[in-house]
Design a protein around this ligand. Structure first.
Ligand SMILES: Cc1cc2nc3c(=O)[nH]c(=O)nc-3n(C[C@H](O)[C@H](O)[C@H](O)COP(=O)(O)OP(=O)(O)OC[C@H]3O[C@@H](n4cnc5c(N)ncnc54)[C@H](O)[C@@H]3O)c2cc1C
Length: 261
Protein backbone atom coordinates (compact mmCIF):
# COMPACT_ATOMS: atom_id res chain seq x y z
CA UNK A 1 0.00 0.00 0.00
CA UNK A 2 1.11 3.51 -0.66
CA UNK A 3 -0.28 5.04 2.53
CA UNK A 4 2.13 7.45 4.20
CA UNK A 5 1.88 9.68 7.22
CA UNK A 6 3.70 12.80 6.14
CA UNK A 7 4.91 15.61 8.35
CA UNK A 8 3.25 18.94 7.61
CA UNK A 9 5.84 21.67 7.00
CA UNK A 10 3.28 24.42 6.42
CA UNK A 11 -0.43 24.84 5.70
CA UNK A 12 -1.39 28.42 4.95
CA UNK A 13 -4.17 30.46 3.45
CA UNK A 14 -2.87 32.03 0.25
CA UNK A 15 -5.96 33.84 -1.06
CA UNK A 16 -9.65 34.32 -0.26
CA UNK A 17 -10.51 30.75 -1.25
CA UNK A 18 -7.24 28.83 -1.61
CA UNK A 19 -4.82 27.16 0.81
CA UNK A 20 -1.36 25.74 0.22
CA UNK A 21 0.03 22.75 2.08
CA UNK A 22 3.66 21.57 2.03
CA UNK A 23 4.61 18.08 3.21
CA UNK A 24 7.85 16.29 3.95
CA UNK A 25 7.95 13.51 1.34
CA UNK A 26 11.15 11.80 2.51
CA UNK A 27 9.30 8.53 3.11
CA UNK A 28 7.79 8.40 -0.40
CA UNK A 29 9.97 6.14 -2.50
CA UNK A 30 7.86 6.10 -5.70
CA UNK A 31 8.59 8.69 -8.34
CA UNK A 32 5.86 11.30 -8.59
CA UNK A 33 4.72 12.51 -12.00
CA UNK A 34 2.81 15.71 -12.85
CA UNK A 35 -0.87 14.86 -13.27
CA UNK A 36 -0.77 12.16 -10.59
CA UNK A 37 -2.69 12.71 -7.39
CA UNK A 38 -2.81 11.80 -3.74
CA UNK A 39 -5.93 10.80 -1.83
CA UNK A 40 -5.68 12.68 1.44
CA UNK A 41 -7.40 11.96 4.73
CA UNK A 42 -8.66 15.39 5.70
CA UNK A 43 -9.64 14.86 9.34
CA UNK A 44 -9.29 12.66 12.39
CA UNK A 45 -11.84 10.05 13.54
CA UNK A 46 -12.97 9.10 10.01
CA UNK A 47 -14.73 12.45 9.53
CA UNK A 48 -15.14 12.97 6.68
CA UNK A 49 -15.10 9.24 5.93
CA UNK A 50 -13.84 9.46 2.34
CA UNK A 51 -10.40 10.78 1.53
CA UNK A 52 -10.22 13.68 -0.93
CA UNK A 53 -8.12 13.64 -4.14
CA UNK A 54 -5.59 16.43 -4.83
CA UNK A 55 -3.16 16.71 -7.73
CA UNK A 56 0.45 17.27 -7.06
CA UNK A 57 1.18 21.01 -7.39
CA UNK A 58 4.93 21.16 -6.82
CA UNK A 59 7.60 18.54 -6.33
CA UNK A 60 10.93 19.50 -4.81
CA UNK A 61 13.28 16.57 -5.38
CA UNK A 62 16.23 18.15 -3.53
CA UNK A 63 14.20 19.18 -0.46
CA UNK A 64 12.10 15.98 -0.75
CA UNK A 65 8.88 17.91 -0.30
CA UNK A 66 5.56 17.90 -2.11
CA UNK A 67 2.99 20.68 -2.25
CA UNK A 68 -0.73 20.92 -2.91
CA UNK A 69 -2.84 23.98 -3.69
CA UNK A 70 -6.43 23.47 -2.64
CA UNK A 71 -9.72 25.29 -2.92
CA UNK A 72 -11.71 25.30 0.30
CA UNK A 73 -14.99 23.82 -0.81
CA UNK A 74 -16.78 21.59 1.70
CA UNK A 75 -16.39 19.32 4.68
CA UNK A 76 -13.06 17.76 3.69
CA UNK A 77 -11.13 20.82 2.64
CA UNK A 78 -12.47 22.84 5.61
CA UNK A 79 -11.07 20.13 7.91
CA UNK A 80 -7.78 20.21 6.03
CA UNK A 81 -7.31 23.88 6.89
CA UNK A 82 -7.20 22.89 10.59
CA UNK A 83 -3.94 20.98 10.10
CA UNK A 84 -0.90 22.85 11.38
CA UNK A 85 2.86 22.54 10.83
CA UNK A 86 4.35 19.74 12.90
CA UNK A 87 1.27 17.52 12.63
CA UNK A 88 1.00 14.58 10.26
CA UNK A 89 -1.42 13.96 7.41
CA UNK A 90 -2.32 10.57 6.04
CA UNK A 91 -1.80 10.52 2.27
CA UNK A 92 -2.41 7.70 -0.19
CA UNK A 93 -0.41 7.88 -3.39
CA UNK A 94 0.99 8.78 -5.80
CA UNK A 95 -2.02 7.51 -7.74
CA UNK A 96 -3.11 7.35 -11.35
CA UNK A 97 -1.46 8.03 -14.68
CA UNK A 98 0.23 11.40 -15.12
CA UNK A 99 1.02 13.54 -18.17
CA UNK A 100 3.34 12.44 -20.95
CA UNK A 101 5.80 15.10 -22.06
CA UNK A 102 7.74 14.11 -25.20
CA UNK A 103 11.13 15.81 -25.72
CA UNK A 104 10.27 16.63 -29.35
CA UNK A 105 7.46 18.87 -28.11
CA UNK A 106 9.65 21.96 -27.74
CA UNK A 107 6.72 24.32 -27.08
CA UNK A 108 3.52 23.42 -25.27
CA UNK A 109 0.27 25.20 -24.45
CA UNK A 110 -1.48 24.82 -21.09
CA UNK A 111 -5.13 25.80 -20.68
CA UNK A 112 -6.32 25.64 -17.09
CA UNK A 113 -9.20 26.91 -15.03
CA UNK A 114 -9.72 27.09 -11.28
CA UNK A 115 -8.11 24.24 -9.36
CA UNK A 116 -6.94 22.85 -12.71
CA UNK A 117 -4.22 25.48 -12.56
CA UNK A 118 -2.65 23.63 -9.61
CA UNK A 119 -2.59 20.41 -11.65
CA UNK A 120 -0.89 22.02 -14.64
CA UNK A 121 1.66 23.90 -12.49
CA UNK A 122 3.50 20.62 -11.85
CA UNK A 123 3.63 20.05 -15.60
CA UNK A 124 5.07 23.54 -16.14
CA UNK A 125 7.75 22.61 -13.59
CA UNK A 126 8.66 19.46 -15.54
CA UNK A 127 8.63 21.38 -18.84
CA UNK A 128 11.11 23.87 -17.37
CA UNK A 129 13.39 21.03 -16.25
CA UNK A 130 13.30 19.62 -19.80
CA UNK A 131 13.86 23.03 -21.47
CA UNK A 132 10.43 22.90 -23.05
CA UNK A 133 8.87 26.32 -23.63
CA UNK A 134 5.57 26.66 -21.86
CA UNK A 135 2.72 29.02 -22.77
CA UNK A 136 -0.17 29.05 -20.32
CA UNK A 137 -3.69 30.45 -20.37
CA UNK A 138 -5.03 30.59 -16.82
CA UNK A 139 -8.71 31.21 -16.27
CA UNK A 140 -10.42 32.04 -12.99
CA UNK A 141 -13.29 33.97 -11.46
CA UNK A 142 -11.03 36.73 -10.18
CA UNK A 143 -7.40 37.80 -10.20
CA UNK A 144 -7.28 36.81 -6.56
CA UNK A 145 -7.77 33.17 -7.62
CA UNK A 146 -4.83 33.31 -10.03
CA UNK A 147 -2.15 32.98 -7.38
CA UNK A 148 -0.49 30.03 -9.11
CA UNK A 149 0.28 32.34 -12.04
CA UNK A 150 3.45 33.46 -10.25
CA UNK A 151 4.48 29.85 -9.72
CA UNK A 152 4.16 29.17 -13.43
CA UNK A 153 6.01 32.37 -14.29
CA UNK A 154 8.72 31.22 -11.86
CA UNK A 155 9.08 28.11 -14.03
CA UNK A 156 9.57 30.37 -17.05
CA UNK A 157 6.06 29.97 -18.46
CA UNK A 158 4.57 32.80 -20.54
CA UNK A 159 1.26 33.37 -18.76
CA UNK A 160 -1.97 34.83 -20.17
CA UNK A 161 -4.60 35.52 -17.49
CA UNK A 162 -8.33 35.61 -18.20
CA UNK A 163 -10.98 36.27 -15.56
CA UNK A 164 -14.68 36.94 -15.12
CA UNK A 165 -13.62 39.97 -13.09
CA UNK A 166 -11.88 41.49 -16.13
CA UNK A 167 -14.55 40.25 -18.57
CA UNK A 168 -11.91 38.27 -20.51
CA UNK A 169 -12.85 34.66 -19.75
CA UNK A 170 -15.77 34.07 -22.12
CA UNK A 171 -15.30 30.85 -24.08
CA UNK A 172 -15.34 32.78 -27.38
CA UNK A 173 -12.58 35.15 -26.16
CA UNK A 174 -10.49 32.23 -24.89
CA UNK A 175 -11.01 30.42 -28.19
CA UNK A 176 -9.57 33.37 -30.10
CA UNK A 177 -6.61 33.52 -27.73
CA UNK A 178 -5.97 29.77 -28.10
CA UNK A 179 -6.04 29.95 -31.90
CA UNK A 180 -3.72 32.98 -31.86
CA UNK A 181 -1.22 31.31 -29.52
CA UNK A 182 -1.26 28.00 -31.42
CA UNK A 183 -0.15 29.92 -34.49
CA UNK A 184 2.16 32.51 -32.92
CA UNK A 185 4.18 29.99 -30.90
CA UNK A 186 4.12 26.94 -33.19
CA UNK A 187 2.69 24.85 -30.34
CA UNK A 188 3.51 21.12 -30.54
CA UNK A 189 1.15 19.78 -27.85
CA UNK A 190 -1.56 21.06 -25.53
CA UNK A 191 -2.71 20.20 -22.01
CA UNK A 192 -5.87 21.15 -20.18
CA UNK A 193 -7.58 20.77 -16.81
CA UNK A 194 -10.36 22.31 -14.75
CA UNK A 195 -13.19 23.17 -17.15
CA UNK A 196 -15.26 20.96 -19.45
CA UNK A 197 -16.15 23.94 -21.65
CA UNK A 198 -12.54 25.01 -22.10
CA UNK A 199 -11.48 21.39 -22.60
CA UNK A 200 -14.02 21.03 -25.39
CA UNK A 201 -12.65 24.20 -26.94
CA UNK A 202 -9.11 22.77 -26.69
CA UNK A 203 -10.27 19.43 -28.11
CA UNK A 204 -11.62 21.18 -31.22
CA UNK A 205 -8.59 23.46 -31.58
CA UNK A 206 -6.14 20.55 -31.20
CA UNK A 207 -8.01 18.60 -33.87
CA UNK A 208 -8.06 21.57 -36.25
CA UNK A 209 -4.33 22.26 -35.73
CA UNK A 210 -3.38 18.56 -35.80
CA UNK A 211 -1.58 18.58 -32.46
CA UNK A 212 -1.77 16.02 -29.66
CA UNK A 213 -3.50 17.09 -26.46
CA UNK A 214 -4.01 15.63 -22.99
CA UNK A 215 -6.54 16.32 -20.27
CA UNK A 216 -6.47 15.71 -16.52
CA UNK A 217 -10.03 14.86 -15.52
CA UNK A 218 -11.57 15.61 -12.13
CA UNK A 219 -14.50 13.46 -11.01
CA UNK A 220 -15.93 12.73 -7.58
CA UNK A 221 -14.05 9.76 -6.24
CA UNK A 222 -14.79 7.16 -3.63
CA UNK A 223 -11.89 4.73 -3.17
CA UNK A 224 -9.41 6.17 -5.74
CA UNK A 225 -8.09 2.61 -6.15
CA UNK A 226 -10.26 1.45 -9.03
CA UNK A 227 -12.64 -0.62 -6.91
CA UNK A 228 -15.80 1.46 -6.44
CA UNK A 229 -16.31 2.83 -9.98
CA UNK A 230 -17.59 6.18 -8.64
CA UNK A 231 -15.38 8.12 -11.05
CA UNK A 232 -16.03 6.51 -14.45
CA UNK A 233 -16.01 8.58 -17.63
CA UNK A 234 -16.55 7.74 -21.30
CA UNK A 235 -13.70 7.26 -23.74
CA UNK A 236 -13.90 6.81 -27.52
CA UNK A 237 -12.09 3.64 -28.55
CA UNK A 238 -11.70 2.12 -32.03
CA UNK A 239 -14.64 -0.20 -31.41
CA UNK A 240 -16.95 2.29 -29.70
CA UNK A 241 -17.37 4.07 -26.38
CA UNK A 242 -16.00 2.46 -23.24
CA UNK A 243 -16.22 3.48 -19.58
CA UNK A 244 -12.95 3.96 -17.73
CA UNK A 245 -12.07 4.87 -14.15
CA UNK A 246 -10.56 8.33 -13.75
CA UNK A 247 -8.61 7.18 -10.67
CA UNK A 248 -7.03 4.14 -12.31
CA UNK A 249 -6.90 4.59 -16.10
CA UNK A 250 -6.55 8.38 -15.62
CA UNK A 251 -6.77 11.04 -14.45
CA UNK A 252 -4.78 12.01 -17.57
CA UNK A 253 -6.19 10.91 -20.92
CA UNK A 254 -5.64 11.77 -24.57
CA UNK A 255 -8.04 14.67 -25.03
CA UNK A 256 -9.27 13.49 -28.44
CA UNK A 257 -10.62 10.28 -26.86
CA UNK A 258 -12.58 11.84 -24.00
CA UNK A 259 -16.34 12.25 -24.41
CA UNK A 260 -16.90 15.66 -22.84
CA UNK A 261 -20.68 15.75 -23.22
C1 LIG B 1 -7.74 13.71 -9.65
C2 LIG B 1 -8.25 14.93 -8.91
C3 LIG B 1 -7.37 15.94 -8.60
C4 LIG B 1 -7.80 17.07 -7.90
N1 LIG B 1 -6.89 18.04 -7.59
C5 LIG B 1 -7.28 19.11 -6.88
C6 LIG B 1 -6.33 20.10 -6.51
O1 LIG B 1 -5.14 20.02 -6.84
N2 LIG B 1 -6.78 21.16 -5.78
C7 LIG B 1 -8.11 21.27 -5.41
O2 LIG B 1 -8.47 22.25 -4.77
N3 LIG B 1 -9.02 20.35 -5.76
C8 LIG B 1 -8.64 19.27 -6.48
N4 LIG B 1 -9.55 18.32 -6.81
C9 LIG B 1 -10.94 18.49 -6.36
C10 LIG B 1 -11.04 18.09 -4.89
O3 LIG B 1 -10.83 16.71 -4.73
C11 LIG B 1 -12.42 18.44 -4.34
O4 LIG B 1 -12.59 19.82 -4.41
C12 LIG B 1 -12.53 17.97 -2.91
O5 LIG B 1 -12.71 16.57 -2.89
C13 LIG B 1 -13.69 18.65 -2.22
O6 LIG B 1 -13.87 18.05 -0.97
P1 LIG B 1 -14.74 18.75 0.13
O7 LIG B 1 -15.07 17.75 1.18
O8 LIG B 1 -14.09 20.00 0.60
O9 LIG B 1 -16.00 19.17 -0.67
P2 LIG B 1 -17.43 18.46 -0.77
O10 LIG B 1 -18.00 18.89 -2.07
O11 LIG B 1 -18.19 18.71 0.46
O12 LIG B 1 -17.16 16.92 -0.86
C14 LIG B 1 -16.78 16.34 -2.06
C15 LIG B 1 -16.66 14.84 -1.74
O13 LIG B 1 -17.97 14.31 -1.64
C16 LIG B 1 -17.99 12.99 -2.04
N5 LIG B 1 -18.90 12.85 -3.17
C17 LIG B 1 -19.80 13.75 -3.59
N6 LIG B 1 -20.47 13.28 -4.63
C18 LIG B 1 -20.00 12.06 -4.91
C19 LIG B 1 -20.27 11.09 -5.91
N7 LIG B 1 -21.19 11.29 -6.88
N8 LIG B 1 -19.59 9.94 -5.89
C20 LIG B 1 -18.66 9.72 -4.95
N9 LIG B 1 -18.34 10.62 -4.00
C21 LIG B 1 -19.00 11.78 -3.98
C22 LIG B 1 -16.59 12.64 -2.41
O14 LIG B 1 -15.90 12.14 -1.32
C23 LIG B 1 -16.02 13.97 -2.77
O15 LIG B 1 -14.62 13.98 -2.75
C24 LIG B 1 -9.16 17.18 -7.51
C25 LIG B 1 -10.06 16.17 -7.84
C26 LIG B 1 -9.63 15.05 -8.53
C27 LIG B 1 -10.58 13.95 -8.87
Amino acid sequence: MKVNKLNVLSNVKVSDRYWHIKLDATSIKDSIEPGQFFNIKCGENDLPFLRRPFSIYRINKEEKTIEFLYLVKGKGTIRLTDVVAGEEVDVFGPLGIGFTLKPEWDTILLLARGVGIATLAALAQEAAEKNIKCIAILSARSNNDLLAAETLQGFGARVYKVTEEDGTSDVEDVKQLVVQLLTDYDIKAAFTCGSKRLSKLMQNAAETHHIPAQIALEEHMGCAMGVCYACVCDIREENGISSVRVCKEGPVFDLEKVVLG
